[in-house]
Design a protein around this ligand. Structure first.
Ligand code: ATP
Ligand code: TZE
Ligand code: MG
Length: 265
């Protein structure tokens, strides 16, 4: 199997899809900048009064539960229902799944509201979402993505979603399909919102790509390759964060295809 990374990035930049994010306070600005840099058009909107209208004009919806409260959850449900009705791709980032009972309860409700097109989380979050009794340490992973493959497959079977697990190797599964993306650098875990940006960029690719598995792999590869390029120039978190945004904007589709390390089962 071959994924057209080059074509997908070209398409993303040519159409600059509007990506509607209901995301957390911590990463809103960085996520919007990451989407702009890669060539998409971000909007952050969480008022219950407008989320249905916003998702109606968007190419994809990204739901991120990083800093939850009751009103936000209501908005997430409204937006997810509308997106499902309109056949728009939904990305769910289950930030901190397994850390508190409230997060777990809300995630169950969101998954009942509409099955996500793509679920993108770190190893601990995917294990917790699949029902493993693990205690996530806040928002950071304590589990290897490779140890979450069974959980990712179970979630994919249950909800029909593509499941993308980030880590040293990003694992993407959809039913019987599996892909491994071995790009990225450990310093990416020292900048907050890298995973959240990975989810938002998956939304941007899903907006322009009819196959959500291909969208999730394209997003993981773009993140990882840009992380490696940024690391050539920046070795500490502050400068790395800026360099990473620059690489998202600078990378050519051909360079992305050349530097990506993607394997399929
Ligand atoms: N050890 C590692 N080596 C290389 N790349 C990594 C490593 N760990 C994570 N990454 C990359 O960093 C990005 C973010 O993944 P991570 O698993 O840290 O997400 P996350 O925990 O959801 O982050 P956050 O919640 O802070 O947004 C992904 O693109 C992933 O490929
Ligand atoms: C640090 C943090 N806390 C809640 S959301 C978030 C951003 C990374 O997921
Ligand atoms: Mg995360």
């Amino acid at each position: 199997m071959v994924i057209q990374l080059e074509t997908n990035l070209e398409k993303l930049r040519a159409s600059a899809p509007l990506v509607h994010n209901i995301t957390n306070f911590v990463v809103m600005n960085f996520t919007a900048n990451a989407l702009l840099a890669v060539g998409a058009s971000p909007v952050m909107a969480h008022a219950v009064e407008e989320v249905e209208d916003m998702v109606s004009i968007a190419g994809a919806l990204v739901i991120n539960i990083g800093t939850l409260s009751a009103h936000w959850v209501e908005a997430m449900k409204l937006a997810m229902k509308k997106a499902a009705e309109l056949g728009k791709p939904i990305v769910l980032d289950p930030v901190g799944a397994g850390a508190t009972p409230y997060r777990n309860k809300v995630l169950t409700e969101l998954l009942e509201t509409a099955p996500p097109t793509i679920i993108r989380g770190n190893g601990s979050e995917i294990l917790a979402l699949a029902g493993a009794s693990i205690q996530t340490k806040g928002v950071d992973s304590t589990a290897d993505s490779m140890d979450s493959i069974g959980a990712a497959q179970a979630l994919s079977a249950r909800f029909g979603s593509v499941v993308s697990v980030s880590g040293a190797v990003d694992v993407v599964v959809h039913g019987s399909r599996a892909g491994w993306v071995s790009n990225g650098v450990p310093l990416m875990t020292k900048v907050t919102g890298m995973g959240c940006s990975a989810s938002a960029i998956a939304g941007a690719f899903a907006a322009i790509c009819s196959d959500p598995f291909e969208a999730a792999v394209s997003a993981a590869a773009t993140m990882g390759v840009c992380g490696e390029l940024a690391h050539r120039e920046a070795k500490l978190p502050g400068s790395f964060q800026i360099a990473f945004l620059d690489k998202l904007a600078e990378i050519s589709p051909a360079h992305l295809a050349e530097l990506s390390r993607v394997k399929f089962e």
